[in-house]
Design a protein around this ligand. Structure first.
Ligand code: PGA
Length: 254
């Protein structure tokens, strides 16, 4: 059975103090459930602090980005070896904010996915369309192209260790959420695209939904057949919201 994954993407938010408070609630509240993976992705400068605070709680650690280069003169970047050193297991890659604000191309993202897989970490590959693309009927072809760029680089075998997050750009941080049906349509299309290469790999792949998922809408989204978890931004900064989403994810496995 596929894993259900609830990942908190804290983006560029928090202070040592606010993170300490948030983690006190999360470490005591996140349930240990067979098949459920919960993780938090703090800003890189806090990874060490978070790792220590997580101690033996059932919460994994993820980063929000990484360089595809192993080391050297890349001011402002960090490497996969550094993330490993800090106990990181997951890396969010190709988030729409990286693509739009930092000009990461499909090829850049594919390169990072390849490097992350080689290092033995798990990429959370983000894909999704803008509002204009949705309105002009390009959603499925755009998402398929974003996935295809990675497929070309790492092959279908790579997807045995990849997690995908479908995040419609128009739903990120806007309070607008894709309806369960809109999200399910895209999730099913992603799985079908990969099933053409390998049905087993496609079947075991976890595909998360992201974009204004919160305590109020999580259960309905997670009840969809091809929605295997969530990548949560704003709501992951509030312990009670995040824990409610974890509870909905637990329920969705029953
Ligand atoms: P949001 O962000 O939940 O605040 O919409 C999701 C994301 O960007 O990963």
């Amino acid at each position: 059975m596929r894993k259900t994954i609830v990942a908190g993407n804290w983006k560029m938010n928090g202070t040592s103090e606010s993170i300490k408070t948030l983690l006190e609630s999360l470490t005591s509240g996140v349930p240990a459930v067979e098949g459920l993976v919960t993780l938090v992705c703090p800003p890189a400068v806090y990874l060490s602090q978070v790792k220590q605070a997580l101690s033996d709680a059932p919460i994994a650690l993820g980063a929000q980005n990484v360089s595809s280069q192993p080391s050297g003169a890349f001011t402002g970047e960090w490497s996969l070896a550094m993330l490993q050193d800090l106990g990181c297991e997951y890396v969010i890659l190709g988030h729409s904010e990286r693509r739009s604000l930092f000009a990461e191309s499909d090829e850049d993202v594919a390169e990072k996915v390849a490097a992350t897989l080689s290092a033995g970490l798990i990429p959370i590959l983000c894909v999704g369309e803008t509002l204009t693309q949705r309105e002009s009927g390009e959603t499925l072809s755009l998402v398929a192209a974003q996935i295809d760029a990675v497929l070309q680089r790492v092959g279908i075998e790579g997807f045995a260790s990849v997690v995908i997050a479908y995040e419609p750009v128009w739903a990120i941080g806007t309070g607008l959420t894709a309806t369960p049906e809109q999200a399910q349509e895209v999730h099913a299309a992603i799985r079908a695209q990969l099933a053409e290469c390998d049905a087993d790999i496609a079947d075991q792949l976890s595909i998360l939904y992201g974009g204004s998922m919160n305590a109020g809408n999580a259960a309905e989204l997670l009840a969809q057949r091809d929605i295997d978890g969530g990548l949560i931004g704003g709501a992951s900064l509030k312990a009670d919201e995040f824990l409610t989403i974890c509870a909905a994810a637990t329920e969705s496995r029953k």
